[in-house]
Design a protein around this ligand. Structure first.
Ligand SMILES: Cc1ncc(COP(=O)(O)O)c(C=O)c1O
Length: 336
Protein backbone atom coordinates (compact mmCIF):
# COMPACT_ATOMS: atom_id res chain seq x y z
CA UNK A 1 0.00 0.00 0.00
CA UNK A 2 2.85 2.37 0.86
CA UNK A 3 4.65 1.48 -2.38
CA UNK A 4 1.53 2.21 -4.38
CA UNK A 5 0.38 5.42 -2.71
CA UNK A 6 3.78 6.63 -1.48
CA UNK A 7 3.80 9.50 0.98
CA UNK A 8 0.24 10.51 0.04
CA UNK A 9 -1.08 8.14 2.69
CA UNK A 10 0.85 10.06 5.32
CA UNK A 11 -1.02 13.27 4.57
CA UNK A 12 -4.45 14.39 5.67
CA UNK A 13 -7.26 12.54 3.90
CA UNK A 14 -10.81 13.27 2.81
CA UNK A 15 -12.95 13.77 5.96
CA UNK A 16 -15.74 11.76 4.30
CA UNK A 17 -13.43 8.79 3.78
CA UNK A 18 -11.13 7.44 1.06
CA UNK A 19 -13.06 6.95 -2.17
CA UNK A 20 -12.00 3.30 -2.73
CA UNK A 21 -13.30 2.38 0.73
CA UNK A 22 -16.56 4.29 0.28
CA UNK A 23 -17.07 2.43 -3.02
CA UNK A 24 -16.27 -0.95 -1.44
CA UNK A 25 -18.64 -0.31 1.50
CA UNK A 26 -21.48 0.85 -0.77
CA UNK A 27 -21.06 -2.22 -3.02
CA UNK A 28 -21.01 -4.49 0.03
CA UNK A 29 -24.13 -2.94 1.57
CA UNK A 30 -26.09 -3.06 -1.68
CA UNK A 31 -25.19 -6.67 -2.36
CA UNK A 32 -25.16 -8.21 1.10
CA UNK A 33 -27.56 -6.05 3.13
CA UNK A 34 -30.13 -5.06 0.52
CA UNK A 35 -29.21 -1.39 0.95
CA UNK A 36 -29.68 1.24 -1.76
CA UNK A 37 -26.75 3.51 -1.35
CA UNK A 38 -24.14 5.38 -3.44
CA UNK A 39 -20.49 5.87 -2.39
CA UNK A 40 -21.19 9.60 -2.00
CA UNK A 41 -23.61 8.78 0.85
CA UNK A 42 -20.96 6.90 2.84
CA UNK A 43 -19.12 8.61 5.68
CA UNK A 44 -16.18 6.59 7.02
CA UNK A 45 -15.73 7.01 10.77
CA UNK A 46 -13.89 5.32 13.62
CA UNK A 47 -16.82 3.37 15.03
CA UNK A 48 -20.53 3.14 15.70
CA UNK A 49 -19.82 5.07 18.86
CA UNK A 50 -18.55 7.98 16.80
CA UNK A 51 -21.58 7.69 14.49
CA UNK A 52 -23.89 7.84 17.49
CA UNK A 53 -22.03 10.77 18.97
CA UNK A 54 -22.42 12.69 15.70
CA UNK A 55 -26.13 11.79 15.51
CA UNK A 56 -26.61 13.05 19.05
CA UNK A 57 -24.79 16.31 18.32
CA UNK A 58 -26.44 17.01 14.99
CA UNK A 59 -29.96 15.65 15.22
CA UNK A 60 -31.05 16.35 18.80
CA UNK A 61 -30.88 19.66 20.68
CA UNK A 62 -30.12 19.76 24.41
CA UNK A 63 -33.26 19.16 26.45
CA UNK A 64 -35.12 17.68 23.46
CA UNK A 65 -36.39 14.09 23.32
CA UNK A 66 -34.87 11.09 21.54
CA UNK A 67 -36.65 7.73 21.17
CA UNK A 68 -34.60 4.69 22.19
CA UNK A 69 -35.47 1.00 22.30
CA UNK A 70 -36.17 -0.39 25.78
CA UNK A 71 -34.22 -2.46 26.70
CA UNK A 72 -31.45 -1.06 24.55
CA UNK A 73 -27.80 -0.45 23.82
CA UNK A 74 -26.11 1.56 26.58
CA UNK A 75 -23.69 3.05 24.01
CA UNK A 76 -26.63 4.80 22.34
CA UNK A 77 -28.05 5.98 25.65
CA UNK A 78 -24.67 7.40 26.69
CA UNK A 79 -24.18 9.22 23.37
CA UNK A 80 -27.56 10.94 23.59
CA UNK A 81 -27.20 11.66 27.30
CA UNK A 82 -23.88 13.34 26.58
CA UNK A 83 -25.73 15.71 24.24
CA UNK A 84 -28.18 16.35 27.11
CA UNK A 85 -31.04 14.85 25.14
CA UNK A 86 -34.09 13.58 27.04
CA UNK A 87 -34.32 9.79 26.66
CA UNK A 88 -37.80 8.50 25.81
CA UNK A 89 -37.82 4.67 26.03
CA UNK A 90 -40.06 2.68 23.66
CA UNK A 91 -40.60 -0.92 24.74
CA UNK A 92 -39.72 -3.84 22.50
CA UNK A 93 -41.42 -7.24 22.39
CA UNK A 94 -40.24 -10.57 20.95
CA UNK A 95 -40.37 -9.05 17.45
CA UNK A 96 -38.57 -5.80 18.22
CA UNK A 97 -39.83 -2.24 18.62
CA UNK A 98 -43.56 -1.96 19.37
CA UNK A 99 -45.07 0.12 16.61
CA UNK A 100 -48.28 0.92 18.54
CA UNK A 101 -46.18 2.63 21.24
CA UNK A 102 -44.22 4.51 18.63
CA UNK A 103 -47.37 5.73 16.93
CA UNK A 104 -48.77 6.79 20.31
CA UNK A 105 -45.63 8.76 21.22
CA UNK A 106 -46.37 12.44 21.79
CA UNK A 107 -42.96 13.49 23.11
CA UNK A 108 -42.18 15.49 19.98
CA UNK A 109 -38.99 13.50 19.31
CA UNK A 110 -37.74 13.76 15.73
CA UNK A 111 -35.44 10.77 15.86
CA UNK A 112 -35.51 7.06 16.79
CA UNK A 113 -32.57 4.70 17.41
CA UNK A 114 -33.23 1.03 16.51
CA UNK A 115 -31.34 -2.27 16.05
CA UNK A 116 -33.70 -4.05 13.60
CA UNK A 117 -31.48 -7.00 12.58
CA UNK A 118 -30.83 -8.24 16.10
CA UNK A 119 -32.40 -6.05 18.71
CA UNK A 120 -29.82 -5.32 21.39
CA UNK A 121 -30.00 -7.09 23.83
CA UNK A 122 -33.04 -9.33 23.21
CA UNK A 123 -31.88 -10.50 19.77
CA UNK A 124 -35.35 -10.02 18.19
CA UNK A 125 -35.40 -9.58 14.41
CA UNK A 126 -37.85 -6.91 13.26
CA UNK A 127 -40.22 -8.49 10.72
CA UNK A 128 -40.71 -6.99 7.29
CA UNK A 129 -44.22 -5.63 8.07
CA UNK A 130 -42.86 -3.68 11.04
CA UNK A 131 -39.93 -2.38 9.00
CA UNK A 132 -42.34 -1.02 6.41
CA UNK A 133 -44.60 0.41 9.11
CA UNK A 134 -41.58 2.05 10.72
CA UNK A 135 -40.56 3.67 7.43
CA UNK A 136 -44.09 4.95 6.83
CA UNK A 137 -44.22 6.35 10.36
CA UNK A 138 -40.94 8.20 9.77
CA UNK A 139 -41.99 9.51 6.34
CA UNK A 140 -45.46 10.62 7.47
CA UNK A 141 -44.17 12.39 10.58
CA UNK A 142 -40.83 13.74 9.34
CA UNK A 143 -38.74 11.58 11.74
CA UNK A 144 -35.23 10.19 11.33
CA UNK A 145 -34.54 6.49 11.84
CA UNK A 146 -31.04 5.65 13.12
CA UNK A 147 -30.53 2.01 12.11
CA UNK A 148 -27.66 0.33 13.98
CA UNK A 149 -26.83 -2.80 11.95
CA UNK A 150 -23.92 -3.75 14.20
CA UNK A 151 -23.77 -7.54 13.73
CA UNK A 152 -26.22 -8.43 10.96
CA UNK A 153 -23.49 -10.37 9.11
CA UNK A 154 -24.00 -13.13 11.66
CA UNK A 155 -27.38 -14.60 10.95
CA UNK A 156 -27.80 -18.34 11.47
CA UNK A 157 -31.50 -19.26 11.31
CA UNK A 158 -34.09 -18.24 8.75
CA UNK A 159 -33.37 -15.72 6.01
CA UNK A 160 -31.57 -12.46 6.75
CA UNK A 161 -33.87 -9.47 6.26
CA UNK A 162 -33.02 -6.49 4.08
CA UNK A 163 -31.91 -3.50 6.11
CA UNK A 164 -34.39 -0.69 6.76
CA UNK A 165 -32.22 1.70 4.70
CA UNK A 166 -32.76 -0.41 1.58
CA UNK A 167 -36.53 -0.47 2.05
CA UNK A 168 -36.79 3.23 2.81
CA UNK A 169 -37.63 5.06 -0.39
CA UNK A 170 -38.18 8.30 1.52
CA UNK A 171 -34.53 8.81 2.64
CA UNK A 172 -35.39 8.96 6.33
CA UNK A 173 -32.82 6.36 7.48
CA UNK A 174 -29.27 6.86 8.75
CA UNK A 175 -27.57 3.47 8.53
CA UNK A 176 -24.73 2.70 10.99
CA UNK A 177 -22.22 -0.07 10.31
CA UNK A 178 -18.97 -1.19 11.92
CA UNK A 179 -16.03 -3.51 11.29
CA UNK A 180 -15.66 -4.09 15.04
CA UNK A 181 -17.57 -7.38 14.92
CA UNK A 182 -16.57 -8.78 11.54
CA UNK A 183 -12.86 -7.90 11.76
CA UNK A 184 -11.72 -6.65 15.18
CA UNK A 185 -12.72 -3.83 17.54
CA UNK A 186 -9.18 -2.38 17.71
CA UNK A 187 -9.36 -1.55 13.99
CA UNK A 188 -11.63 1.44 14.76
CA UNK A 189 -13.39 1.70 11.43
CA UNK A 190 -17.11 2.20 11.22
CA UNK A 191 -19.32 4.08 8.80
CA UNK A 192 -22.66 5.69 8.13
CA UNK A 193 -24.81 5.54 5.00
CA UNK A 194 -26.60 8.87 5.11
CA UNK A 195 -29.63 10.39 3.39
CA UNK A 196 -28.32 12.77 0.70
CA UNK A 197 -29.45 15.88 2.56
CA UNK A 198 -27.39 15.03 5.67
CA UNK A 199 -24.05 14.15 4.05
CA UNK A 200 -22.61 17.65 4.03
CA UNK A 201 -23.44 18.50 7.65
CA UNK A 202 -22.18 15.17 9.02
CA UNK A 203 -18.96 15.35 7.00
CA UNK A 204 -18.34 18.90 8.19
CA UNK A 205 -18.94 17.93 11.84
CA UNK A 206 -16.59 15.01 11.45
CA UNK A 207 -13.89 17.18 9.93
CA UNK A 208 -14.03 19.43 13.00
CA UNK A 209 -14.05 16.48 15.39
CA UNK A 210 -11.04 14.42 14.28
CA UNK A 211 -10.37 15.18 10.62
CA UNK A 212 -10.43 11.73 9.08
CA UNK A 213 -9.68 8.04 9.58
CA UNK A 214 -6.03 7.06 8.86
CA UNK A 215 -5.66 6.64 5.10
CA UNK A 216 -3.41 3.62 5.25
CA UNK A 217 -6.04 1.67 7.20
CA UNK A 218 -8.83 2.72 4.87
CA UNK A 219 -6.95 1.83 1.70
CA UNK A 220 -5.83 -1.52 3.07
CA UNK A 221 -9.38 -2.37 4.08
CA UNK A 222 -10.70 -1.26 0.69
CA UNK A 223 -8.26 -3.61 -1.05
CA UNK A 224 -9.21 -6.44 1.34
CA UNK A 225 -12.87 -5.95 0.39
CA UNK A 226 -12.31 -5.42 -3.36
CA UNK A 227 -10.33 -8.66 -3.63
CA UNK A 228 -13.15 -10.65 -1.98
CA UNK A 229 -11.24 -11.50 1.20
CA UNK A 230 -13.70 -9.69 3.45
CA UNK A 231 -16.69 -11.68 2.21
CA UNK A 232 -14.78 -14.98 2.54
CA UNK A 233 -13.69 -14.02 6.03
CA UNK A 234 -17.26 -13.19 7.09
CA UNK A 235 -18.50 -16.50 5.64
CA UNK A 236 -15.83 -18.44 7.54
CA UNK A 237 -16.53 -16.61 10.79
CA UNK A 238 -20.28 -17.13 10.40
CA UNK A 239 -19.68 -20.87 10.27
CA UNK A 240 -17.34 -20.77 13.25
CA UNK A 241 -19.71 -18.65 15.37
CA UNK A 242 -22.73 -20.80 14.44
CA UNK A 243 -20.83 -23.75 15.91
CA UNK A 244 -19.92 -21.86 19.11
CA UNK A 245 -23.49 -20.67 19.49
CA UNK A 246 -24.75 -24.27 19.23
CA UNK A 247 -22.22 -25.38 21.87
CA UNK A 248 -23.33 -22.61 24.25
CA UNK A 249 -27.05 -23.32 23.78
CA UNK A 250 -26.51 -27.03 24.35
CA UNK A 251 -24.33 -26.46 27.44
CA UNK A 252 -26.85 -24.03 28.92
CA UNK A 253 -29.69 -26.51 28.43
CA UNK A 254 -27.68 -29.36 29.89
CA UNK A 255 -26.12 -27.64 32.92
CA UNK A 256 -28.22 -24.56 33.68
CA UNK A 257 -31.66 -25.40 32.27
CA UNK A 258 -33.28 -24.90 35.69
CA UNK A 259 -31.51 -21.57 36.33
CA UNK A 260 -31.93 -19.68 33.05
CA UNK A 261 -34.01 -19.72 29.90
CA UNK A 262 -31.78 -18.95 26.94
CA UNK A 263 -33.50 -16.84 24.30
CA UNK A 264 -32.62 -18.01 20.80
CA UNK A 265 -31.85 -15.03 18.61
CA UNK A 266 -31.64 -15.87 14.91
CA UNK A 267 -28.20 -14.28 14.82
CA UNK A 268 -25.72 -12.04 16.57
CA UNK A 269 -22.81 -12.90 18.80
CA UNK A 270 -24.57 -13.03 22.16
CA UNK A 271 -27.26 -15.07 23.86
CA UNK A 272 -29.59 -13.27 26.25
CA UNK A 273 -30.73 -15.45 29.16
CA UNK A 274 -33.61 -14.87 31.57
CA UNK A 275 -33.12 -16.01 35.17
CA UNK A 276 -35.74 -18.31 36.68
CA UNK A 277 -37.83 -17.22 39.72
CA UNK A 278 -35.78 -16.97 42.87
CA UNK A 279 -32.39 -16.33 41.24
CA UNK A 280 -30.82 -12.92 41.75
CA UNK A 281 -28.97 -11.30 38.86
CA UNK A 282 -26.61 -9.42 41.14
CA UNK A 283 -25.77 -12.43 43.28
CA UNK A 284 -25.24 -14.81 40.35
CA UNK A 285 -22.92 -12.30 38.66
CA UNK A 286 -20.92 -11.95 41.88
CA UNK A 287 -20.68 -15.72 42.36
CA UNK A 288 -19.64 -16.20 38.74
CA UNK A 289 -16.96 -13.53 39.01
CA UNK A 290 -15.49 -15.22 42.08
CA UNK A 291 -15.25 -18.40 40.00
CA UNK A 292 -13.51 -16.53 37.15
CA UNK A 293 -16.53 -16.28 34.81
CA UNK A 294 -17.50 -12.78 33.62
CA UNK A 295 -21.25 -12.29 33.16
CA UNK A 296 -22.95 -9.14 31.88
CA UNK A 297 -26.30 -8.33 33.51
CA UNK A 298 -29.47 -7.80 31.50
CA UNK A 299 -31.45 -5.56 33.86
CA UNK A 300 -29.14 -2.52 33.52
CA UNK A 301 -30.22 -2.22 29.88
CA UNK A 302 -33.82 -1.46 30.87
CA UNK A 303 -35.14 2.03 31.51
CA UNK A 304 -37.76 2.50 34.26
CA UNK A 305 -38.89 0.09 36.95
CA UNK A 306 -39.91 -2.92 34.85
CA UNK A 307 -36.67 -4.82 34.35
CA UNK A 308 -35.97 -8.44 33.53
CA UNK A 309 -33.21 -10.21 35.41
CA UNK A 310 -30.73 -12.22 33.41
CA UNK A 311 -27.41 -12.29 31.63
CA UNK A 312 -26.09 -11.58 28.15
CA UNK A 313 -23.56 -14.22 27.20
CA UNK A 314 -21.02 -13.46 24.50
CA UNK A 315 -19.41 -16.51 22.91
CA UNK A 316 -17.61 -15.27 19.78
CA UNK A 317 -14.11 -15.10 21.26
CA UNK A 318 -14.25 -18.43 23.14
CA UNK A 319 -13.41 -21.88 21.85
CA UNK A 320 -15.93 -24.73 22.17
CA UNK A 321 -13.89 -26.12 25.04
CA UNK A 322 -13.78 -22.76 26.85
CA UNK A 323 -17.54 -22.34 26.46
CA UNK A 324 -18.29 -25.82 27.77
CA UNK A 325 -15.96 -25.50 30.80
CA UNK A 326 -17.19 -21.97 31.65
CA UNK A 327 -20.82 -23.15 31.72
CA UNK A 328 -19.91 -26.18 33.82
CA UNK A 329 -17.96 -24.01 36.25
CA UNK A 330 -20.88 -21.59 36.44
CA UNK A 331 -23.35 -24.39 37.13
CA UNK A 332 -21.21 -25.84 39.88
CA UNK A 333 -20.68 -22.50 41.66
CA UNK A 334 -24.35 -21.46 41.41
CA UNK A 335 -25.78 -24.79 42.54
CA UNK A 336 -23.27 -25.37 45.34
C1 LIG B 1 -25.66 -2.42 19.69
C2 LIG B 1 -24.22 -2.16 19.32
N1 LIG B 1 -23.94 -1.29 18.35
C3 LIG B 1 -22.66 -1.08 17.95
C4 LIG B 1 -21.59 -1.72 18.55
C5 LIG B 1 -20.18 -1.54 17.99
O1 LIG B 1 -19.65 -0.40 18.32
P1 LIG B 1 -18.24 0.16 17.81
O2 LIG B 1 -18.27 0.24 16.31
O3 LIG B 1 -18.24 1.49 18.45
O4 LIG B 1 -17.15 -0.75 18.29
C6 LIG B 1 -21.83 -2.59 19.60
C7 LIG B 1 -20.68 -3.21 20.29
O5 LIG B 1 -20.73 -3.77 21.33
C8 LIG B 1 -23.18 -2.83 19.97
O6 LIG B 1 -23.45 -3.72 20.96
Amino acid sequence: MLKEHRTNVLLHGDPQGAEPLRKAIAAYLNLERGAKVYPEQILVLSSTRQSLFLCAQLLVDAGKPILLENPGYFGARKAFESAEARIVPIDVDEQGIRMALLRADRSGANCLYVTPSHQYPTGATLPLERRLELINWAAENGKWIIEDDYDSEFHYEGLPTACVQGLDKYQRTLYLGTFSKTLYPGLRIGYMALPHELVKAFTYARSIMDGHTPQILQLTLARFMEDGHYNSHVRAMRKLYAGRRAVLLRALGQHLGDVVTALRPEGGLQIPCLLAEGWSEEKTIRQAEAAGVQLAGLSRLYAGEQKRAGWILGYASLTDYEIETAVQRLASVLKR
